[in-house]
Every structure is written in C-alpha cells, then in structure tokens.
Design a protein around this ligand. Structure first.
Ligand SMILES: C[S@@+](CC[C@H](N)C(=O)[O-])C[C@H]1O[C@@H](n2cnc3c(N)ncnc32)[C@H](O)[C@@H]1O
Length: 395
C-alpha cells in the first residue's frame, strides 16, 4: 500500500484529542472497548469524530466519492422512483437519512419540481451537526426557491409517516461489531490501548444477539470453517435502524442503496477477514486503528440481514437489484439524452456525462457492487427501479 498522506497540524491535534477521549473510555471500561463503540466514537463523537468535525469528506477534495457527487443523474433517477410512490400515495413526504453534502436532496427536489410532484416535506435526518450546516448552505445556494420544503430533524418523525425514506451509503457507516469464528469458538474483537496506541484483542461476546447471528453465519460457511478463524462484521445497528423505520412507516417505501451482498456471498469462506475498509484522501486500506477521526470507516452490507429485519417488522421486500439495473429501470438513458450536436459531434458536456454514467453503471465501477433494496408497506405496485431486473431470489 502507498504510504498514507500525513495529516496537517490542526488535523493531528484534533485526532489526538479524540484518541485521548477514547483511551479514557477504555480505562473506564476495564481496559477494552467493543469495536462498535470505538467506530462510533471515531466517526461520530461530536466535534471530533470523522463525520462530526469540520473536514471536507465528499468528492475530489475529500476522501471518497459517492454516487450523488458523481452525477445529478443518480439523484434524478432516485427522484423518479420517489415520484412513482408519491403518485400512488397521492400525498406524502420524503425523509433522507444521512444526507452528506446535501447534493442528493437538491437534485431530487429539482427533478420532482419539474415533474410537478413535490413532496409535502423533504425531511433530512443526519447524525452530524457539521454536515447539517453544510447541507443547509448548499441547499440555500442551489435551490433557495425550494428551501421551504426542507426540514432538518433531530430524531425520526412520529408514527404515521407516509412517503419515501432514502438512505444512500448510510448503513455502511453504522458502527459494526467484529467477531472471530473458529470451529469450536466464537469471540468478539475489542480495542485496548498500549503506550498511547490502539490494538485489537479478543474476548467473549458482549451481546447475546451476536451469538444468534453467528449461528446463521456458521450455516452459511458450512464445512469451510477452520481452526485459524474467520473474522467478520455484524451490523446490529443497521438492523435496529430498519426496525425503527418500520415502526414509524404507515405507508410507503424505504429505499436503501449501499455496497454489499446477499448473506450467502457476504459470509463466504474466501472473505475471511471481513469487509472493513477505511478511506483517507482517496486511498483505501483496512486499518481503522490509525488516523482516528480523520478517515472514514465502513463495512459492506449484508442485504439478507437487512431484508429479514424489514420483513420481521412487517415491511414487504419489494425489490433487490444492483445500482446499474436500478438506474436503467428508472430511465437513466432517457434522462441522459445523449445526442450529437449540430456538427455531428458529442459536446464536451455530453462526453463528461457519458463518463459519469460509466462510473455509476459499469460492473467494475459502482454498477455491480452497489445494490438497491426496496422495502414497502401498503403498496402493491411493482417498484419502478426493479422492472428490468429483480434479484430478490438471491437474498
Ligand atoms: C458515507 S456518508 C453518505 C452521504 C450521502 N448519503 C451521500 O451519498 O453522499 C454517510 C452519512 O450518513 C450519516 N449518518 C450515519 N449514521 C447515521 C444515522 N444513524 N442517522 C443519521 N445519519 C447518519 C453521516 O453523518 C453521513 O452524512
């Protein structure tokens, strides 16, 4: 791996403050902290965590690029899926969870405005106070005339929510437990501190639910488990998030877009070190114990677990496909309208757009690894984004 870029003095000082806070919590907890809690502090500790401190994260100047930052076409396609559901419901709201820079909210509202189906409210719920401020600034700049539709929430709305809930690359940023499974033993990874640095250690499982998930993982791995041990993540926070969304949803769609696989592929013998990834200045690596508070930490999504969590709380699993098929089903190519200019050439803008479409849809870019899951309540119609291909059978 290429050497990671040195942080500047102010970023280092921020990281050191966060490390001290984590070390103090480790000392208060008999010398160890579950990885899920470590990840929560590293990403979301107010004022210090990666998502809660002031650094720029998205796009070229940041650490990673998400689909809404690549092209407005992505959000326009999502808007078309929202349009179908708002049309069926007659009236409804949109709730975007984890809105990042605010780019997706802007492009969705622009598209829905053009289609003449604006939601009553466009709610944004984001755990990061810093990102909420940035979203406000961007939205105010780009769509001041639609500002009155947008409301920032501090918690999920009350029961009776009718409309669409959107989560693009949010579940992968939720704190995960890390476990190690071997033939006759299962243990959890914790973080301890030695000479001011952090190290992994293994101990007994901290939560009964982990054992239940490990029983399922063992079934998926079959005979392939060996004595060396299989390390992986379990995202209980994402499952619990789905249950809380199901609790408030009276009618509508929950659309989850993220990178991941069905359980059988996720918990595959070959993926024996799990899927934990860190992103720092467009470099990806797998060590979350460095650059604390300065790098993103993510894990892939087990879409089977998410679909089951939704199903168990009364939501219908209404579609599952990859990002490429979802966007094409929502009319990506019609929206792109790639035509030649008067001189029979592709304009520069259209060439740029064609490159963005490739990034969003090609299998070795985002097209295959990113999946889209639709969970609904009280809607019978097939969802627009899954008409070309629906892989629910693979979940
Ligand atoms: C990887 S970023 C994705 C941002 C944006 N959706 C995009 O695609 O560019 C994750 C976002 O989710 C937010 N987030 C993470 N966990 C959350 C939670 N439990 N509730 C609300 N927001 C959350 C973060 O603050 C951040 O805005």
């Amino acid at each position: 791996m290429e050497e990671l870029k040195e942080p500047d003095a102010s970023a280092s000082a921020n990281s050191q403050r966060l490390c001290k806070l984590i070390r103090d919590e480790i000392l208060r907890n008999q010398g160890k902290l579950g990885f899920n809690r470590f990840m929560e502090l590293a990403l979301y500790e107010p004022g210090l965590g990666y998502y809660s401190a002031g650094a720029y994260k998205f796009g070229e100047p940041g650490d990673f690029v998400t689909a809404p930052e690549i092209s407005p076409l992505f959000s326009r396609c999502v808007a078309r899926q929202c349009c179908q559901v708002l049309g069926i419901l007659g009236q409804g709201d949109i709730l975007e969870v984890g809105a990042g820079s605010g780019a997706m909210a802007c492009d969705i509202l622009i598209e829905l405005d053009q289609l003449g189906v604006l939601p009553e409210h466009y709610f944004i719920l984001d755990i990061s106070a810093d990102l909420r401020k940035r979203q406000h600034t961007l939205i105010q700049q780009r769509i001041p005339h639609l500002m009155n539709h947008i409301h920032w929430l501090d918690q999920l709305p009350e029961e009776g929510f009718k409309g669409v809930v959107l989560a693009n690359e949010v579940l992968d940023a939720m704190p995960v437990h890390r476990v190690q499974i071997s033939k006759d033993k299962e243990q959890e990874f914790f973080i301890k501190t030695i000479n001011d640095s952090f190290e992994w250690c293994l101990d007994e499982l901290s939560d009964e639910q982990l054992l239940q998930r490990i029983i399922i993982i063992r079934q998926k791995l079959g005979q392939d488990i060996n004595n060396i041990g299989y390390s992986t993540e379990i995202n209980l926070a994402a499952e619990s998030w789905i249950r809380s969304i199901a609790d408030i949803m009276s009618r509508g769609l929950v659309l989850i877009i993220d990178y991941g696989f069905p359980g059988r592929e996720y918990y595959h013998p070959e993926r024996r070190d799990g899927t934990l990834m860190c992103h720092y200045h467009h470099q990806a690596h797998d060590n979350p114990l460095v650059l604390i508070g300065l790098q993103d930490i993510t894990s892939h999504i087990d879409f089977t677990a998410i679909a089951e969590a939704g199903h168990n709380t009364g939501l219908a699993v209404s579609g599952y496909t990859n990002q490429s098929h979802f966007l094409l089903s929502c009319g990506l190519m019609e929206l792109a309208n790639i035509t030649l200019d008067a001189s029979g050439e592709l304009s520069l803008a259209k060439i740029k757009q064609a490159q963005e479409i490739k990034k969003l849809t090609l299998p070795h870019e985002m097209g295959e690894l990113f999946k889209v899951l639709a969970l609904t309540r009280g809607i019978d119609a097939p969802m627009l984004g899954f008409v070309l291909k629906d892989d629910r059978g693979r979940l």
